[in-house]
Design a protein around this ligand. Structure first.
Ligand code: FE
Length: 189
């Protein structure tokens, strides 16, 4: 959990009809700063200039739906609005789109640092456990490149890149999974 205490945000107003989920809000310790999110390799499948969008779903796309949400925070516990968050992942069959932008997209965090991505649970491909790639960058800050993982994934144990600090909190909603993860990145100060 990267040293981040997580509490349900009871003050948050309900989201829109399509976003009934309240993301956990990190609580800052009295003296401790947040630990910056662990960096990981981008791997060979990053494509620059992804489209700006908060849903990577497309008609007929196979796979289990996943809502990935959370916040972008600075180490001083301040939320970071306007942080660039660029996601890329393989499809349900474990294949990346290295020609177009299927399952690739970027967005910017809201005023409270929150982000929300609708996508699918990525498939497995040889040598890796289930994961989602991400670049996160505060305005004028350095780029954090990392990957997010699923709890209780059998392939985690055999993956040399896997890092338990990057496991999402995953719960089940009616017909989709909901993943929570809060990024902590260096700001521009
Ligand atoms: Fe990958």
């Amino acid at each position: 959990m990267s040293g981040i205490a997580v509490a349900q945000d009871s003050d948050a107003t309900p989201g829109s009809d399509t976003t009934p989920v309240l993301a956990p809000t990190p609580e800052c310790g009295d003296t401790e700063d947040f630990e910056v999110t662990q960096a990981q390799t981008a791997g060979p499948f990053f494509t620059p200039d992804s489209p700006e969008r908060t849903s990577l779903l497309e008609d007929g796309m196979p796979g289990a739906e996943l809502l990935l949400t959370g916040y972008v925070y600075a180490p001083n516990c301040e939320p970071i609005p306007g942080a660039l968050i660029d996601f890329w992942q393989c499809d349900d069959a474990g294949v990346y789109d290295n020609v177009g932008y299927t399952l690739r997209g970027h967005q910017f965090s809201a005023d409270d640092g929150r982000y929300e991505l609708t996508t699918i649970v990525p498939g497995l491909y040889p040598g890796r456990t289930r994961h989602i790639h991400v670049n996160v960058q505060a305005p004028n800050g350095p780029i954090l490149t990392s990957q997010l993982y699923f709890p209780d994934e059998p392939a985690n144990a055999a993956d040399g890149i896997f890092d338990e600090r990057l496991i999402m909190d995953v719960s089940e909603d009616d017909d989709r999974q909901i993943g929570f993860f809060t990024f902590v990145v260096e700001g521009n100060s």
